[in-house]
Design a protein. Sequence first.
Length: 443
Amino acid sequence: MRSFERSAAIQARLHDLVPGGAHTYARGADQYPERMAPILVRGKGARVWDVDGNEFVEYGMGLRSVTLGHGYEPVLRAATLAAADGLSFSRPTELELCAAQDFLDLVPSADMVKFAKNGSDATSAAVRLARAVTGRTTIAVCDQPFFSVDDWFIGTTDMAAGIPAADTVKFAYNDLDALAATLAGDTVAAVFLEAATAMAEPMPGYLEGVRALCDRHGTLLVFDEMITGFRWSAGGAQAVYGVTPDLSCWGKAMGNGFPISALAGKREYMERGGLRTDHDRVFLLSTTHGPETASLAAFRAVVHAYRTEDPIARMEQAGRALADGVNAVADALGIAEYLQVRGRPSCLIFRTLDAEGAPSQAFRTLFLQELLEHGVLGQSFVTSAAHDADAIAATIAACAAAAPVYRRAIERGTVDGLLRGRPVAPALRRTAAPRQIEVSTYR
């Protein structure tokens, strides 16, 4: 059995100093089996190492922000050289022009771009801009997991303490009638959606229909390209599906782990935040660290990698091999209807169903527990271009070791006696329960 002793000790101290014990809720210890949440010290390629000396093949890759692999040398070299000449100045650098040009070459449907540091910067700027352009306040978001840490979105989730009622409504994906009903009355400033997700592709004509409805009702269409950008294609989902939004929001893989995001869009709207407009100006984006040189240089190196290599093809090849291998393991044990790897090859998830065929946090935790014991770390099977044949083979082997334990749980109808500790819980929930931590546990 692997030791997580030092990781557990550091995690306990983190809970004393950092609310939730992590700076991102999705990275929290409550997202992993109890006392098996590794504290990492380094990564290279598709592998990471923790403070206890454990080595893991990692998936999720920085919440999908690392597509080229940890420690990818060309990105590190570019960022290091830029940082050596200074990180932050009181005026723009030429690098800002070069990075903007690189971005707009990749995303020809956009006319202008502005950089920031995280995805919520970009999506909330899009909200302000859409409200200014339309004179409306309501925002319509697709019924998809996440769009922003800011009030306009978090107010719609279960973790809405301290947030006034949000003027935000939701609509179902792939349902044009639902969107038409949402837009009736012409009160919606913007429609936000991911054009596609790991588990859902747009039905024929759906995105075109969304575009037409937005045009008909004078509503701005905003694509969230945080995940699809640089994972579906370098030009995002809009390049794959051929539908042009008014605005699009980017982040994650833009910097291969370096902090950078972007708001891009049509000139007639983006100029509202500039000096060439007759309208009241919009406080679009104004961040101290948005033009920080190391991240812009990292972004340019990522662009170069996508132009000269084919990281998406490598991600998809790895994903197909992984899905086929793990699903074959489950099928051989007769549990294929309970344990499944599904989704877009570059953005896979695993489904963990209980003996009744229902999604189960307890069974998910059992699978995570067994994967950790056998050298795999990940809340999903989201690959990177660094997931080579050895990494995929090691992962399939880990799943082959985990699957018999999962089958025993299915046969028993319970994880009791197999799962050590409490199940994981949704990251965005109203209370700390069911993974509340007693102070005495850690002091």
